[in-house]
Design a protein around this ligand. Sequence first.
Ligand code: DAH
Length: 346
Amino acid sequence: MNEQINELKKEALDSLASVANRAELDAWRVRYLGKKSRLQAILKSLSSLPVEQRKTIGAETNRLKNELENLLKEKEAAFEEASSRAQSSRDALDVTLPGRPSTLGRLHPVTRVLQELQEIFASMGFEVVEGPEVEWDYYNFEALNIPKEHPARDSMQTFWVEAPSGDDDREMLLRTHTSPMQIRVMEKQEPPLRIIVPGRVFRYEATDATHIPMFHQVEGLAVDKGITMADLKGTLYEFSRRFFGPERRVRFRCDFFPFVEPGVEMAVECAVCKGKGCRLCGQSGWIEILGAGMVHPRVLEAGGIDPQVYSGFAFGMGIERIPLLRYSIDDIRLFYSSDLRFLRQF
Ligand code: DAH
């Protein structure tokens, strides 16, 4: 009888080892633990055995039964876990789910305005050039007809920087405007020339809602034979039509800049009050957006161009003011505070 039990155990264990799925496990359970299993038969036959044998064989058989039942539970648990793992990895890879949108960045409002301006002027034949942000006093002031002691220097609070050694007699600064590129371009290129210069400029100013020490400008320069004030106005009118829309009125008034003669300031009608006067335009109905004029003969000369033969016009505009006005933003510092709550609005 003992032998029979051992054989049964060996067979059941061998058979269990080759069970590969739930259906096979179920068949195994019926076969070795079911009502018609040999184990049950042995248990039933116990009553016909003598008392002594009944005790030992009974205990033996029950032990086997428990062992097989435990193995069955273990195997069931293993299948359970494998299938739930498979389920969750299927979930993680559910290709039928709609994709998660990835967070897209966007362009800074100042960058967008710069790009728009470049497109407009490029379509009018202007080439885009860039220049150094650290500049010589000569290009930033001297060559633009702003000699030392000229009061125009006072309007441009300057960050001076130390010149490289060996250049002690030349003064260096962070450019206060993009105008120095007028000279650099004229030195290198023969007329006819038409350029715009987008870039950063720096002024040593106390920061407040309308002043920051770093901002952007776009400079424009056109030099050719026979260029007149009409070309200047025509170009800037066209720019305004394209940028601000055809319905916005444009105003030119006399102004002074040492590097142009005559000099003008251009303003566009205030978008908020349509010229009536409001807080945004300081009750004037107009918003100044740029300075311009006919290039001063001394400036042409400084660029190596003969003012008897050639003439030109130039203009320079501040960039931050444009989105400031367009979106009625009341503090210029917001542009550079890197606050995403602000930037995400554009
Ligand atoms: N550079 C001047 C400024 O920063 C702006 C300007 C005025 C530029 C008149 C020009 C110009 O080219 O013709 O205030």
